[in-house]
Design a binder for this molecule. Structure first.
Ligand SMILES: [Zn+2]
Length: 449
């Protein structure tokens, strides 16, 4: 269906005629609309540039029009319908026979060369995938292009935003945490990545492939020396690889063991003992009505969070399911770890931690002794939390954003794509300004006049 066409004499209507409504809707400076039609649920807009006089690139003589060729480009949807631009692109020719320029095609800053999307459509696709963590495939469907076209736009417009030197300022507190980015399959084990976080600004600084000491060291080596010197506190989980990887580039920083991960080590100890005792007493994995299985969540909750009924259920479960008091021992050990964080006083914390370490070391249960050894190995780092107040809390918050990207991507093949999309979503990127329209039909201010 033909919706709009230029004048009968072949001269197109423009803004200059006072009725350039189509151009006003199109919003591409330097272009005029030749025709608008609608086919199979999409709007097709034929356009051309408004330039009439062009100088030769080689010699500067006035060029003559040589030929035209239609180039199809996808643009942002128009009033809810997918839009296709058909640009009647001109080829110009130099009249000077001696000139080397011969013929050339016109270009426009609104269109990247060879790109299937207009600049504004590419930028918007990048924003949807990055800022809103939307799947690339969804955008591709919406715009009527293939997956790679959208991903190419995300790479083209997103990379400069991520590489922007102003994105990450000086960092005083650095958080390091691992996330898995690709689940294990037949070909490989689970692949991990290391996230580096500015704990004060709550932004993801970078994402590094792998979680080994060498991976972390390599990243540190590629950073600016002065920037690394500005980091005074580094928070990690209780992973030996990260502790080793901080040397030598971040050896000057105070190391803090993240409280959440310290408590989790205690929780894991309980789970291990509970599963073993379950297996030894009932000879099967925990089932719905097994006494220990029923209190598995109560065991992990802090004792101060349990109400009277919770306490009763916990005691009953332990009395029935834990004949040798092994789970009770693990529970007490876990509570002694939690106690360290109930105080804000560094001296008190030191006392409580040493008590926990000694208590664990004297226990008969191997899992609890192992917990004690871990605590002893990380004693300095655990106690630094009370001196610096640093924790990986912001990191864990950002991990939720990272997981959102991971979920919407339904798995990634290339780490570089994963890194780009995660950094666009959680890396504190400054997005190009987009006008905020005023609200209409909003409640008007009450007037007495
Ligand atoms: Zn020329």
């Amino acid at each position: 269906m033909r919706l709009f066409e230029g004048c009968d004499d072949g001269r197109p209507l423009t803004m200059d005629d006072g009725i350039g409504l189509a151009e006003a809707l199109l919003g591409l400076p330097g272009f005029r609309v030749l025709a608008v039609s609608e086919t199979r649920g999409e709007v097709v807009v034929e356009i051309e540039t408004t330039v009439e006089v062009v100088g030769c690139r080689g010699c500067g003589t006035r060029a003559v029009a040589h030929e035209r060729m239609p180039v199809e480009i996808r643009d942002l949807p128009c009033f809810g319908r997918p839009a296709r631009l058909v640009w009647r692109k001109r080829r110009w020719r130099c009249v000077d026979a001696d000139c080397d320029a011969k013929t050339w095609t016109e270009t426009s800053p609104q269109f990247s060369a060879r790109a299937l999307l207009t600049l504004r459509a590419g930028v918007e696709a990048c924003r949807q995938v990055g800022e809103n963590a939307r799947p690339v495939a969804e955008l591709a469907d919406e715009l009527g292009v293939c997956w790679w076209t959208v991903m190419a736009a995300v790479i083209e417009h997103g990379t400069p935003l991520v590489d922007d030197p102003d994105r990450v300022g000086p960092v005083a507190k650095l958080g390091i945490d691992e996330t898995s980015w690709l689940r294990a399959n037949r070909a490989h084990a689970t692949l991990y990545a290391t996230g580096l976080v500015d704990l004060d600004a709550s932004i993801l600084i970078d994402m590094v492939e792998g979680n080994s000491a060498a991976d972390l060291r390599r990243w540190c080596a590629s950073q600016d020396r002065a920037w690394l010197d500005g980091i005074s506190v580094v928070t990690t989980d209780l992973a030996e690889s990260y502790r080793a990887g901080l040397d030598p580039h971040l050896a000057h920083a105070t190391r803090v063991a993240d409280p959440f991960h310290v408590v989790r080590v205690g929780n894991r100890c309980i789970d291990k003992v509970r599963r073993r005792v379950q297996q030894e007493t009932l000879h099967h994995r925990g089932r719905k009505h097994d006494p220990l299985y029923r209190i598995r969540k109560l065991l992990l909750a802090g004792s101060e969070r349990l109400d009277e009924r919770g306490h009763q259920r916990l005691l009953l479960g332990l009395r029935v399911g834990d004949p040798n008091d092994e789970v009770v021992g693990a529970w007490l050990a876990k509570e002694s770890v939690r106690d360290v964080y109930l105080t804000d006083d560094p001296d008190e914390a030191e006392l409580l931690l040493d008590k926990a370490i000694v208590g664990c070391a004297e226990d008969d249960v191997e899992e609890i002794r192992s917990l004690g050894r871990t605590l002893a190995a990380w004693r300095t780092e655990i106690l630094e939390h009370h001196n610096t107040g640093a924790s990986n809390g912001p990191t864990e918050g950002l991990n939720l954003c990272v997981k959102k990207v991971k979920r919407c991507g339904h798995g990634f093949r290339r780490f570089q794509h994963y890194r780009l999309r995660v950094l666009l979503h959680a890396g504190g990127v400054t997005w190009p300004h987009r006008p905020v329209p005023p609200r209409i039909r909003t409640r008007a201010p009450y007037s007495v006049a």
